[in-house]
Ligand binder design. Structure first.
Ligand code: COA
Ligand code: AMP
Length: 628
């Protein structure tokens, strides 16, 4: 068997051969003869002449191969007390019926469907039903509020929206349908229909335009898989950029299927019939790739967990799920482990469960701090594999490929570049930096299959945002360094994107919401270090002359919660007399962040008025003041 180095080198020196071989694991309606289309560089397309259906590869092909009775999906929901399994045949049948229901509502190949749902099996069914029809799904995370949902509706222009009546969080029901109505009140685009899954925890009264999931599927004729071009979009997943307008990351059908199938086996070491659990949310890229598509494309069993690491009911929840469903490999965010460690530092709960089947713990979504890495490894006695990637790439850029070779891992490093990713650390002029030197992490073009080919209907923004800073390279937005052994260290974002409890958020979007308050003259939001969540947002606002500061902080926090969503977790707003700026008027967010994180930071020579920063220092310093 080839080792990591050989595999990686082959992917770089012979990408056509490498991905042609990987493509053999997929069932094609029309097999690819060409592998990469570079005729419109820097926009590249993989498998330009091939056709397939992603849902066929995720479901029907396993049933056709005689594995219909194998468990495809286990729904485990401590918040509702329900556990339910679906065989590949059952899931295929339910997806086919819901696809028929969508078709009856007018959804056709290429049409968009927005999915705003909780972590229930119907969410996966709705996604796969879209894939079956060649329609394009766009899942919006349930923790997002009306403004975020409206922005996505207006950009994707869905024919139909599918929503749950509510979500169930630990100890509280979160109404979703009223949030949907509020979003539709703000959005310019109107969907034809909304399909609402009535959950017993909180059914809702429907608008004239809407129908229930149960009504939608009544007498619906099961739909067959519609072959689509490999380059046709499978989904759009919006992600936070540096501005308030989210970016519509497009995923194609062919490259995605090939890359995810390859990654499941070679990076995650998962084979057909094994049980893989990504404790994430289908609203994020980890959920798309490793709750839904990769395990099903592989013929593995996936777990859909509607619960938290703690409080549903206790800090043993993850170990209970892993033991009960005989999970072979699990995947979560470091923040979830920090939450468990906080409640159960000695890991007593873990020993109440038999984790004999567990072989790996994969962690991603934010930087894995060495303390959490060691704690998890000691507790579980299995390799802890940090892996680094983004919504844009859809699968790991850097990891330790457990299906290829058992390489040593190092604390603080997501290990090595994965096949197809020409990872470079560069200086401001784009020159490669030597081992040990920190710089911008970029990836040489073309990106491998599975990565975004572009942004939804916006090639120009795709090129401007990612491909122009360093010609010929994709800008990841992360900074870092390599060590002497070629291991990568990812040190954090170099832009205004922040990562709160593994959730990617835009400080720019929060600033837009704050600036919309009538009392606010100007504002800045920064992400500051948080021991549990990695980062948390802090806001600084300057009020208009004569505005009453009383209660403004509380109002602003409520405003961000309603508009961006509870997941933004803005808990602290400071009203300040002025914000520190450069002479050209740019707010010194980086300096503010440095002082908030470490107590000090270099002051740029371009500062307009040093006294403003000095006045702010005591408020910024770690441990100062309280959250609301
Ligand atoms: N629908 C509605 N509300 C949601 C939601 C959803 N899908 N997800 C989160 N929220 C709400 C929460 O209820 C919470 O509301 P509150 O302010 O009223 O308490 C708020 O959004 C913040 O949620 P969260 O970030 O989950 O923080 P938490 O304090 O509830 O839990 C952790 C902390 C660490 C346990 C939790 O963040 C966690 O499990 N993180 C892992 C994240 C992850 O898997 N990311 C994916 C990348 S792999
Ligand atoms: P998202 O698009 O939501 O997956 O967020 C991607 C961002 O999360 C990356 O650009 C990184 O900043 C951060 N990230 C994800 N995984 C890791 C990791 N393993 N180590 C460090 N940062 C990570």
């Amino acid at each position: 068997m080839a080792d990591y180095r050989q595999t990686y080198q082959r992917s770089i020196s012979d990408p056509d051969g490498f991905w042609r071989e990987a493509a053999a694991a997929i069932d094609w309606h029309v097999a690819p003869t060409r592998i990469l289309d570079d005729s419109e560089a820097p926009i590249f397309r993989w498998f330009p002449d091939a056709e397939l259906n992603t849902c066929h590869n995720a479901l029907d092909r396993h049933v056709d191969a005689g594995h219909g009775e194998r468990t495809a999906l286990v729904y485990d929901s401590p918040v509702t007390g329900v556990t339910r399994s679906y065989s590949y045949r059952q899931l295929r049948d339910q997806v086919a019926v819901f696809a028929g229901a969508l078709r009856r509502l007018g959804v056709d190949r290429g049409d968009r469907v927005v999915i705003y749902m909780a972590m229930v099996p119907e969410t996966v069914i709705a996604m796969l039903a879209c894939a079956r029809l060649g329609a394009v799904h766009s899942v919006v995370f349930g923790g997002f509020g009306a403004r975020e949902l409206a922005a996505r509706i207006d950009d994707a222009r869905p024919k139909v929206i599918v929503a749950t009546s509510c979500g169930v969080e630990a100890g509280r029901v979160v109404p979703y349908q009223p949030m949907l109505e509020a979003a539709l009140g703000q959005a310019a685009h109107r969907p034809d229909r909304c399909v609402i899954l009535q959950r017993p925890e909180q059914p809702v009264v429907l608008a004239e335009r809407d129908l229930t999931w149960a009504e939608a599927v009544t007498d619906a004729a099961p739909a067959e898989c519609v072959p689509v071009r490999a380059t046709d979009p499978l989904y759009i997943l919006y992600t936070s950029g540096t501005t308030g307008r989210p970016k519509g990351v497009v995923r194609d059908n062919g490259g995605h299927a090939v890359a995810l199938r390859w990654s499941m086996e070679h990076i995650f070491g998962v084979r057909p019939g094994q049980v893989f659990w990504a404790a994430s949310d289908v609203g994020w890229v980890v959920g798309h790739s490793y709750i839904v598509y990769a395990p099903l494309l592989t013929g593995a069993t996936t777990i859909l967990y509607e619960g938290k690491p703690v409080g549903t009911p206790d800090a043993g929840a993850f170990w209970r799920v892993a033991a009960q469903h005989r999970v072979t490999s699990m995947f979560t965010a470091p923040t979830a482990l920090r939450a468990i460690r906080k409640e159960d530092p000695e890991g007593k709960f873990r020993f109440a469960y038999d984790l004999i089947a567990l072989r790996h713990l994969f962690l991603a979504g934010e930087r894995l701090d060495p303390q959490t890495y060691r704690w998890a490894g000691d507790l579980l006695g299995v390799p802890v594999i940090d892996n680094w990637w983004q919504t844009e790439t859809g699968w790991p850029i850097a990891a330790s490929p457990r299906g290829i070779e058992e390489l040593p891992t190092k604390p603080g490093s997501p290990s090595l570049p994965m096949p197809g990713y020409r990872v470079r650390v560069v200086d401001e002029s784009g020159n490669d930096l030597p081992a040990g030197a920190e710089g911008a992490i970029v990836i040489g073009l073309p990106l491998p299959p599975g990565c975004l080919p572009t942004l939804w209907q916006d090639d120009e923004r795709y090129v401007r945002s990612y491909l122009t800073t360093f010609q010929g390279n994709y800008l990841t937005g992360d900074g870092g360094r390599f060590d002497e052994d070629g291991y990568l260290y990812v040190l954090g974002r170099t832009d205004d994107v922040i990562n709160v409890a593994g959730h990617r958020l835009s400080t720019g979007a929060m600033e837009e919401v704050l600036a919309g308050h009538p009392a606010v003259a100007e504002c800045a939001v920064i992400g500051v270090h948080d021991a549990l969540k990695g980062q948390s947002p802090r806001a600084f606002v300057v009020l208009k002359a004569g505005a009453d500061p009383d209660g403004v902080a509380e109002e602003l926090i409520a405003r961000v919660r309603a508009q961006i969503g509870p997941v933004a977790a803005l808990r602290r707003v400071d009203v300040v007399p002025a914000l520190p700026k450069t002479r050209s008027g740019k707010i010194l967010r980086g300096t503010m962040r440095g002082i908030a994180d470490t107590g000090d930071a270099p002051v740029p020579s371009t500062i307009e008025d040093p006294a403003v920063l000095e006045a702010l220092r005591p408020v910024l310093r770690p441990g100062s003041g309280r959250s609301v």
